[in-house]
Design a protein around this ligand. Structure first.
Ligand SMILES: [Zn+2]
Length: 207
């Protein structure tokens, strides 16, 4: 940096000698840390920062540039991406952790390895009375288009079924080792499909 330039550690940008003196006395310098903290959060818009600090939006845009932040428009795009990721169903998060490429379509469906996937919830279902009472998992046929559906079980595991095995409207089965596989009205029994990630193919990268 040329001799005549000064660097503000708080705001992390440089100014000339005269500008620096003025800067250290300014409201922007006093609130430099706060402004930086807000710019670091992509979901706070320049307009919002301007409102909170009492500057014009244009001034915030200039400051952001000086401080080395992405332009407003790309911050907005990053924010949208971050929000989507936060809202992403657990199944897609888990798939990503396992090295699968996840391509989100909306908040509820995604392509994983080129297969259209959705997530639903399974719940417990009590059958029988007294000592003949059994607890089964209850799942319903998902609507809409999909290749693979994953039901999140109450214990956090996933039941992963391909479309061709989802011909039921509703079915129940015992997820644990037992002679009693399901209720009399249902013959579907999917214990082997719990955590059957291999249905998605091979992960592209391993972690
Ligand atoms: Zn400063």
């Amino acid at each position: 940096m040329p001799n005549s330039m000064r660097y503000c550690q708080t705001c992390r940008f440089q100014l000339d000698k005269r500008g620096f003196k003025r800067h250290t006395l300014s409201a922007i310098h006093r609130k430099g840390k706060l402004i930086r903290a807000m710019l670091e959060r992509n979901c706070i818009t320049h307009a919002e920062i301007a409102r909170r600090i009492g500057l014009t939006r244009e001034r915030v845009r200039q400051l952001a540039l000086q401080m080395g932040f992405a332009a407003g428009r790309s911050r907005h795009a990053i924010c949208r991406m971050e929000r989507r990721r936060k809202a992403m169903p657990e199944f897609f998060v888990q798939a990503q952790k396992r090295g699968f490429e996840v391509e989100l379509l909306g908040t509820r469906n995604a392509y994983i390895n080129g297969k259209l996937c959705i997530q639903r919830k399974a719940c417990w279902h009590d059958v029988g009375r007294g000592e003949y009472k059994y607890t089964y998992l209850s799942i319903r046929q998902p609507g809409g288009r999909f290749d693979i559906c994953a039901w999140k079980l109450p214990d956090g595991r996933f039941l992963i079924l391909p479309k061709k095995l989802t011909g039921f409207r509703q079915t129940t089965f015992n997820p644990e080792e037992s002679e009693h596989l399901g209720t009399a009205s249902s013959s579907h029994y999917y214990r082997q499909h719990i955590e059957r990630w291999s249905l998605l193919g091979r992960p592209r990268r391993s972690k």
